[in-house]
Design a protein around this ligand. Sequence first.
Ligand code: TRP
Ligand code: SF4
Length: 521
Amino acid sequence: MTGDTEGGRGGDGGVAGDADGADGAEGADEVALDPWGSSAVGDYRELFSEFGIEEFEGILPRVPDPHYLMRRGVIFGHRDYRPVARAMDEGDPFAVLSGFMPTGDPHIGHKLVFDEIIWHQAQGGDAYALIADLEANSARGMSWDEIDEHARNYLLSLLALGFDPEEGTLYRQSENREVQDLAFELGAEANFSEFQSIYGFDGETDVSHMQSVVTQMADILYPQLEEPKPTVIPVGPDQDPHVRLARDLAARTRYFGVRTAYASFEATDDELASLREAYEAREAYAEDADQPRCEEAAEWLATEETAAEGAIEKLENAGMEPLRPRTRFVDRRATDDAFEALIEAVEGEKRVFEAHVDAFEVNLAEAEELAREVEVAHGGHGFLPPSSIYHRFMTGLTGGKMSSSIPASHISLLDDPEEGYEKVKSATTGGRETADLQRELGGRADECPVYELYAYLLAGDDDEFATEVYEECVGGERLCGDCKEQAARLMEEFLEEHQEKRAEVEGLLEEAEIELESSRR
Ligand code: TRP
Ligand code: SF4
């Protein structure tokens, strides 16, 4: 399960949530990815090896017309993005959802997520953006007045950057009754020990904070409430524990489990591998290769060094039963009606047991689809496990971590354009001590917050420009003074333009179906 508690984190660059004001989550120090801790990642490679996040590069070729954040590796990782990429490619329904805790001004780190939502919307996805006001109130102690002010600012920037509120959905957690009902339902599948091991919660943690977790689980599955569909959650890697839990909870609500089996007994994954091996080798040992018997397979498997012990034993116990591949539907929590309907719906040869059905002419993919259809037709959600994509945290302009509590370390989308200009001009760089050294050795673009600004934002879709900056820097042709001047001007222009757009979309926001004032006080 999801309760990894590997210790140790540290290093640079957080942007999503900052440690300021976090309460609860005592003991979260042992949790390497902590949604309410300092969102810093020491080593991104660890996320692949320790947490099973996949490298985005591997799926990039399958993404139609990928966003520049994908092309440049800013979006570096994903969980199960394949179904989303496939749906995009084939014109099938899919969704994108992310949430924002209104704890301060929206800044250039949030812009990454805004852009990701907007891009998926433009690719044909149902887009959702939510204001995590319950979480801000419970986990960060924000007042409702502060929440309203910040929420408005997030939404204006989101719309100004191109989110279409008529096609997409905006909501705040506190006002979405469906989300709260779903949160309650999902809460029945999770318990405190699990929260302890995932989030480091303890006896001092507020119950409201825990409630904000199930609320986020409901947010993540909300796009599938009407019908199951691939859904991507773009977030920083600090949110991965939430994604994993949501994937687990989604699976726990399912009516049926679908898997491969070789005989009437159940097997673990290791055992299954041995059973498959034995089945494939049947010519070698079966008296009748069309009908290998379990006991014959047991005897053969006993001579194989790598065979799973359990498999041999189970095969022996099954005796003369034929060894034969099949797709098994296991009744996990289906109603009697749903189970009956599933049995009816299975085509071809089948065997019905008390709590499972074995189908001999249905492959795994067909079975998944059938199980989901029957579940949905009988009142279940049929949730697909939600997917996620992860972006890198930006380095602070002053070096170290980008933090909303250190204004000089980040650029707020509300900063005066001149202020933005100044912040870039005073940023630390990856430059050398002297111009001569820089010409000789080249700059360290990979460690330069100014280069990051180009790659993450200022170069926009223009890969050639981003590459040029990089090459000129590491080749020693670019010196930091001019480079920062150029970046500062671009930042100033961006902020000017963005703030004009914010003013233009005021009306759009008033018309949008989201409450701008909380009914709570
Ligand atoms: N917990 C997120 C944060 O700290 C906010 C959030 C709430 C969210 N619900 C979500 C993010 C659903 C992604 C999906 O910023
Ligand atoms: Fe950074 Fe530009 Fe200096 Fe290179 S030249 S180190 S990119 S500021």
